[in-house]
Write a protein that binds this ligand. Structure first.
Ligand code: ZN
Length: 431
């Protein structure tokens, strides 16, 4: 039918139809480069993900506990859900257990990370299982932990992504939550991209970062993992400089990451300091704060997936697996990596703990290791004083610069006044 109809059109009309078709198509190509949309067969919306997590908590009140923390600043409102896992909820405050704090979805566009949080929770409460992992040894490991998870740290940013802004990584008012912490805050590299890395007006200016800091202060984790995507990597500090911390504890931690790379990342993961390996230095990051200020012995950033083959505008595809096989592969590999990390880290933390609690062994540990933050005593390791001191030093530096500037200005005014009065004297001489 259509073909016969077309054949009956005059050649002029055909030409007109062809021209307008190419124009419309050309315009579409100019304004909308082809980007991969969110695959809704694989990915939850933020609402359905939260509902699934709520339902999990509801089904397992003996092991899980959920709280929603709200905060606001100048009309900008934030809500953050935190789920706490303990094999026996009555022991949730047992300070002899190792504490883990995990954050997912700090950058809005990295949807896969929040999917991983749901997978890890399902394995923790025994609704899903890891292949090749003996359940009894897993139970023994989990017995020793209390795990706090933030499945979507940047819910407002994620909502923007879901509304179509697929490349958005910042929070709901344009601040990069992984540049808003206090260690080396606000420093800008030559390749600084204000769109991607806006650090906010001050350290902790954002409600999301404030909530995360409070969580860290009250919970005092032994392990922190900031889960991102964009590449495959197992990062340890530092992000703001091109080195890892010195000392044998840092070397042991690096070895642990290398083992994880071999066992669960097929040697594809980059291992080392974020600043030394990612290709740029990052200032004001959460992991550097956790390590340097909060004195978390094991502070990591895991990058769980990246596809750099396509266009840099095709953000969903760049940061998230878009087909079922890769999607499942990432969730299987990385949930296994997390549980292996829990297992390995108990051993590492036991070693550190024994060095702290047995005074005779303390002399075997160099003072540098203590200063590097691994072996600080629990009571003082949080180092609130250091943080206050650090922020205080920043203010002092600012005041000092202002003082210097005003002194120079005063000197300048003083000198110009003298030379003026001299000129007056000189010019007055002939008279
Ligand atoms: Zn990220």
């Amino acid at each position: 039918m259509g073909r016969r109809c077309n054949l009956s059109l005059s050649p002029v009309m055909l030409l007109f139809w062809f021209a307008s078709f190419s124009l419309v198509n050309g315009k579409t190509n100019l304004t909308r480069p082809s980007v991969t949309p969110i695959n809704r067969d694989l990915y939850h919306t933020s609402d359905t993900l939260m509902e699934e997590i709520k339902a999990l908590v509801h089904r397992h009140p003996d092991k899980l506990y959920m709280e929603v923390i709200g905060s606001q600043n100048k009309g900008y409102r934030v809500e953050m859900t935190v789920v706490t896992y303990c094999r026996n909820r009555k022991e949730i405050d047992d300070r002899s257990k190792y504490r883990v704090l995990l954050s997912f979805g700090q950058h809005g566009r990295e949807l896969i990370t929040s999917e991983l949080s749901l997978r890890i929770l399902s394995i923790l409460i025994g609704e899903q299982f890891l292949p090749n992992m003996d359940p009894s040894s897993l139970n023994n490991t989990l017995e020793r932990f209390v795990i706090k998870m933030v499945p979507m740290e940047n819910l407002n940013g994620r909502k923007l992504v879901e509304a179509g802004d697929l490349c958005e990584r910042r929070n709901g008012r344009g601040v990069d939550l992984n540049r808003n912490w206090s260690v080396d805050w606000g420093k800008k590299e030559k390749d600084y991209d204000p769109y991607e890395e806006n650090p906010g007006i001050a350290p902790f200016s954002e409600p999301e970062t404030q909530i995360m800091r409070k969580l860290c202060v009250s919970f005092e984790p032994h392990i922190w993992v900031n889960v991102h995507s964009g590449m495959e990597a197992l990062f340890m500090p530092y992000d703001h400089k091109n080195t890892t911390p010195h000392g044998s504890p840092a070397q042991r931690v690096r070895l642990m990451l290398e083992n994880l790379n071999r066992l669960h990342c097929k040697q594809r993961c980059v291992v080392g300091s974020g600043g030394g390996s990612v290709g740029y230095l990052a200032h004001g990051t959460a992991t550097d704060y956790m390590y340097d200020i909060a004195r978390v012995p094991m502070a990591f950033t895991f990058e769980i997936y990246g596809d750099r083959t396509g266009s840099s505008k095709d953000c969903f595809k760049m940061f998230n697996p878009s087909d079922l096989t890769t999607f499942n592969g990432v969730l299987n590999d990385w949930s296994a990596a997390f549980f292996a990390m829990f297992n390995m880290s108990t051993h590492e933390l036991d070693v550190l703990h024994s060095k702290i609690s047995v005074p005779s062994l303390e002399k075997l540990v160099s003072i540098d290791d203590y200063l590097n933050g691994y072996l600080m005593e629990r009571s003082s390791r949080y180092g609130k004083k250091k943080e206050v001191l650090e922020l205080g030093m920043q203010e002092i530096r600012t005041y000092f610069r202002l003082f210097l500037l005003s002194s120079v200005l005063l000197m300048f005014m003083f000198c110009s006044r003298i030379s003026k009065s001299r000129r007056q004297i000189v010019s007055g001489m002939p008279l």
